[in-house]
Write a protein that binds this ligand. Structure first.
Ligand SMILES: NC(=O)c1ccc[n+]([C@@H]2O[C@H](COP(=O)([O-])OP(=O)(O)OC[C@H]3O[C@@H](n4cnc5c(N)ncnc54)[C@H](OP(=O)(O)O)[C@@H]3O)[C@@H](O)[C@H]2O)c1
Length: 248
């Protein structure tokens, strides 16, 4: 039987847009108290307002998900506010168009900083807390682009390959102590992601044949399902694609 999320406290990074925003809304609709974080404060305030209007509970914490000190402060604020932490959704991230030769070299470090270094730091902080309390869920956003590496968006794919490896290593480290670590690998989701990554007309051509792509809420429903499993059940990896997506 699925467990209620009432009385659970969740942190969601990258909650100002797309998948993270939908995850925060869905977790809140299932009763979780949600700490929403990103850099764009107005977006977060508006999301928190929507959640509260729907009867939910939310706290806004502005933070750069690539900055270790700001991640530490986010975790401390969440603990102080909720009195506990049960779920960490490690979602903040960005793409980068092009392969190794064609991607913009000046963006490599910034992308690695948020997609890998910051994500791993948050997983470590949440992992420490969850091990102490003997329970907790860490959900990291990977990607099909990190599952099947391809020249298209290859360097971005390497960040998602890396975070899936980090998540699996952490799962093995903490699963014996009641902590679950899940990697979700979505296919194409309609969000601001494509614009931020700099995907152009080629991407539109590639995806047109896939038909309808995923909406952020499609991924959010999967996250709520995963963290609602009873304590002895762990869905530790999930790939979710638009039905018509045959690449990557
Ligand atoms: N869309 C897809 O097709 C797709 C597919 C597979 C996986 N994913 C992964 O899913 C996650 C969410 O993507 P999305 O599609 O929802 O993209 P999105 O619409 O562009 O949203 C990205 C979110 O990440 C936040 N973010 C980015 N850099 C940040 C930083 N340095 N510090 C704090 N927050 C930061 C953004 O907030 P601020 O700009 O306000 O900080 C925003 O809330 C990413 O990890 C992405 O790699 C996406």
């Amino acid at each position: 039987m699925l467990q209620t999320l009432k009385d659970k406290v969740a942190v969601v990074t990258g909650a100002s847009a797309g998948i993270g925003q939908a995850i925060a809304q869905d977790l809140a609709s299932h009763g979780a108290s949600v700490v929403v974080s990103a850099r764009r404060l107005e977006r977060l305030n508006s999301l928190a307002g929507q959640i509260q209007k729907g009867g939910g509970v939310a706290l806004v914490v502005q933070a750069d998900a690539g900055d270790a000190a700001q991640i530490d402060a986010l975790v401390e604020k969440a603990l102080a506010w909720g009195g506990r932490l049960d779920i960490a959704v490690v979602n903040a991230g960005r793409g980068l168009a092009g392969g190794l030769l064609s991607s913009e070299r000046g963006q490599w470090e910034a992308m690695y900083q948020v997609n890998v270094m910051g994500a791993a730091h948050l997983m470590r902080r949440a992992g420490e807390i969850f091990v102490r309390q003997g329970r907790g869920d860490i959900v990291a956003l990977g990607s099909v682009a990190g599952h099947h590496i391809s020249p298209f968006s290859g360097f971005y794919g390497s960040t998602k390959w890396a975070i899936a490896a980090v998540a699996e290593a952490l799962r093995l480290e903490v699963c014996g102590r009641g902590v679950r670590v899940t990697t979700i690998k979505p296919g194409i989701v309609s969000s601001e992601f494509q614009e931020v990554a700099g995907y152009g007309a080629d991407f539109e051509k590639l995806t047109a044949k896939f038909g309808r792509v995923l909406e952020p809420v499609d991924v959010a429903r999967a996250v709520s399902f995963i963290v609602s499993q009873p304590p002895h059940v762990h869905i530790n990896e999930l790939i979710i694609r638009p039905t018509g997506q045959d690449y990557p």
